[in-house]
Design a protein around this ligand. Structure first.
Ligand SMILES: CC(C)(COP(=O)(O)OP(=O)(O)OC[C@H]1O[C@@H](n2cnc3c(N)ncnc32)[C@H](O)[C@@H]1OP(=O)(O)O)[C@@H](O)C(=O)NCCC(=O)NCCS
Length: 196
């Protein structure tokens, strides 16, 4: 199956709708990128949000729909219709049919099951529609919530990157996790998203 990232799907679950970014999402995206918990848990450096950062970031989100080698989708909270977070399949390796996965929710979107559903929908799309063979990610050891969500979606821990991140509190390991197409097909139905 040819992997076609030029199609930007709408994936609807019970709690979330994954869809291309819209202009009105930007205030919520900005708030999420500046949220100290997002900065910490994604291993980012705190940002000084000046005019240049604003323009670069707006341009980044404005151009996500035109990318043909990756998939970036907004996660809309169906209860409010507002932007809650984002999911990304990037670093596509065509020779090996593999991608990296990222997910990030803003302050209002967490701990309500939205992430669990968004991860499952993206993984399901990656295997069932894009025909990927492997989806991998890295999660820092100070982020057991993310690890739990990935495990629920079928990701398996493969190894530890020791001292992958330096923080003011000390060095932090990262765990490499991945799910293969066969792992996903073997999951019980309740752990796979229905793509509709
Ligand atoms: C990680 C993230 C996507 C998870 O999405 P979410 O909507 O908050 O998570 P959910 O509510 O769907 O599920 C959280 C699960 O983790 C569990 N959990 C929460 N805190 C936990 C902790 N400290 N230790 C272990 N499990 C925990 C919850 O009980 C739940 O599991 P359950 O359904 O079995 O009860 C979201 O919190 C987020 O974007 N965080 C900030 C950025 C980030 O961490 N990105 C990932 C970088 S690798």
């Amino acid at each position: 199956m040819a992997v076609d990232f030029s199609v930007k799907p709408i994936l609807t679950g019970d709690k979330v709708r994954l869809r291309p970014f819209a202009a009105g999402d930007f205030p919520a995206i900005r708030a999420a990128l500046l949220d100290p918990e997002v900065v910490r848990l994604t291993g980012s450096r705190p940002v000084t949000w000046d005019r240049e950062t604003e323009e670069r970031t707006r341009d980044w989100y404005d151009t996500r729909g035109a990318q043909d080698d990756r998939l970036d989708l907004a996660v809309e909270d169906r209860a409010t219709g507002g932007w809650a977070g984002e999911v990304v399949l990037n670093q596509f390796d065509p020779d090996n049919s593999s991608c990296n996965f990222r997910v990030m929710f803003g302050p209002g979107g967490r701990d309500r099951g939205l992430g669990t559903e968004a991860v499952r929908l993206t993984v399901g799309y990656g295997f069932a529609r894009l025909g990927l063979h492997r989806i991998a990610l890295e999660v820092y050891d100070f982020n057991p919530r993310a690890r739990r969500v990935y495990e629920k979606a079928g990701f398996v821990a493969e190894g530890v990157l020791r001292d992958a991140l330096r923080t003011p509190e000390g060095w932090v390991d990262a765990t490499v996790m991945a799910i293969l197409a066969d792992d996903w097909r073997a999951l019980p139905e309740e752990r796979r998203a229905r793509l509709g």
